[in-house]
Design a protein around this ligand. Structure first.
Ligand SMILES: Cc1ncc(COP(=O)(O)O)c(C=O)c1O
Length: 434
């Protein structure tokens, strides 16, 4: 590290408006964010250093390094970094269409009706049919009984996000995928660091995705990954991400005279057997450009080193809220992890089950007290204008319930003990007044 740059960064750290880390917590005045980046000088340094070095602006060696580190973290052989988690989901589903892989054109993909929209949007964007199932109220995860009951011969895959980091019964799910010959597309955007019986989430799917948006476990500002242990899938996903090109040189391999393939300039087009062309301009997929910047890779490398600590903090904060909310079983339902799951919580989900007050009243009270809360994302997607033509939301009663009655509190590592005590005191005050 260049000490001069580092000292300058330290002088300006923390950048308060951007990261919301004021020096002193003033109860009722300071906003308690539901999440936020866990960055220090290292991330800023890595970003600046990558720019100053100037070798790679778009995806280069730092993205390559991050991809290697990330794949190892989730127990897959390969990762392709993207510019967002939504892009990663889009690529994961688009890969199913590739002539080099499955060549699917008209299939159904089972998916829960409640959650984040870009877990479902790629199914529609690729011309496939979402086969919706309801969720279970206990964990908010998809209802596996309904999955079994609804499968059709057209159903080739199952795609869902582990809800706020908490997986469904993965033994049952993987058994179901094997028995019914389903590809598992694993959205791990909210679950980095969680595991099931020692296997990291993100390591179960034939492909898995992650997001590095600032609210997530680690952040590269924007960013995502598709991970897989199948090298053919990796090639297709990278190609789709990189304009559809056939060339699979990554990072400094791009500088090799003859490329990774060893014959960069060759007779690549069968219909033009005499023409020598550059492999970089041979297109095997109908692709996009969803690549990240190299500085995102650099930040990601620094972030991954903090993941174990982030996991411990998120878990400890979950436990803190669990101890509080379990005192009120008549008022709230909270999500408990399966005994085989070690959960890196994205948030602390709470469902209001009483009629003494509504979720809306409680969250408005908390927001007025400067405690940020969040809905369980879209809730039931069929209530939303973009998705309403796809079915009747009321056919999925549990998803209706969570839309009305579920919210989550933040368990970010940035949450201090003092702030958590304040949130609990505010909750007690609200409950006592009802
Ligand atoms: C479960 C889930 N999937 C996908 C995404 C999309 O990720 P991104 O915001 O990086 O596009 C999110 C939200 O951030 C999410 O929570």
């Amino acid at each position: 590290m260049d000490p001069e740059i580092l000292n300058l960064i330290k002088k300006h750290w923390p950048i308060q408006s951007l990261y919301g880390l004021p020096e002193k917590f003033v109860p009722g005045k300071t906003v308690i964010p539901y999440s936020g980046p866990v960055w220090n000088e290292e991330e800023i340094y890595e970003a600046i250093h990558t720019l100053l070095e100037g070798k790679w602006l778009t995806s280069g060696e730092k993205v390559r390094e991050f991809e290697r580190d990330f794949a190892a973290k989730v127990g897959q052989q390969h990762s392709v970094m993207t510019n967002s988690g939504s892009s990663a989901n889009l690529l994961m589903v688009a890969a199913l269409r590739s002539k080099r892989l499955y060549g699917f054109t008209d299939i159904a993909i089972v998916t829960p009706v409640a959650g984040f929209p870009t877990t479902v949007a790629p199914i529609l964007q690729n011309g496939f049919t979402p086969l919706f199932v309801d969720i279970e109220l206990k964990t908010l995860n998809l209802d596996l009984d309904q999955v079994e009951a609804k499968l059709t011969p057209k159903t080739k895959a199952i795609m869902f996000a582990h809800v706020l980091g908490n997986p469904p019964n993965m033994d049952r799910l993987m058994d179901l995928c094997r028995r019914r010959d389903l590809l598992f597309l694993e959205d791990t955007c909210d679950a980095l660091g969680s595991s099931w019986a020692g296997t990291p989430l993100g390591g179960f799917g034939v492909m898995s995705t992650c997001s590095f948006y600032p609210a997530h476990h680690i952040t590269t500002a924007e960013g995502g990954t598709v991970s897989t242990s199948n090298p053919d899938i990796e090639k297709v996903v990278r190609s789709l991400c990189w304009w559809g090109r056939d060339c699979y040189c990554v990072g400094k391999a791009n500088l090799l005279e003859n490329g990774t393939c060893g014959h960069r300039f060759d007779k690549w087009l069968p219909e033009l057997p005499d023409l020598t062309i550059d492999h970089k301009y041979v297109f095997t997929e109908i692709g996009y450009n969803l690549k990240p910047l190299d500085l995102q890779g650099a930040i990601g490398v620094a972030q991954l080193k903090k993941l174990d600590w982030i996991h411990k903090q998120r878990k400890a904060h979950y436990e803190g809220y669990r101890a509080f909310f379990s005192r009120y079983p008549d008022l709230f339902r909270i999500a408990e992890p399966h005994p085989k799951a070690d959960v890196s919580w994205f948030g602390f989900p709470v469902t209001v089950t009483t009629n003494r007050f509504t979720k809306d009243e409680l969250t408005r009270f908390l927001e007025a007290a400067k405690v940020q809360t969040r809905n369980y994302f879209a809730g039931n997607l069929l209530f939303h204008p973009a998705y309403s033509h796809l079915g009747n939301p009321h056919d999925y009663p549990n998803a209706v319930t969570v839309t009305k009655s579920t919210f989550f509190l933040g368990v970010s590592p940035n949450l201090t003990a003092e702030q958590m005590e304040y949130v609990k005191a505010k909750l007690s005050e609200f409950i006592a007044a009802r």
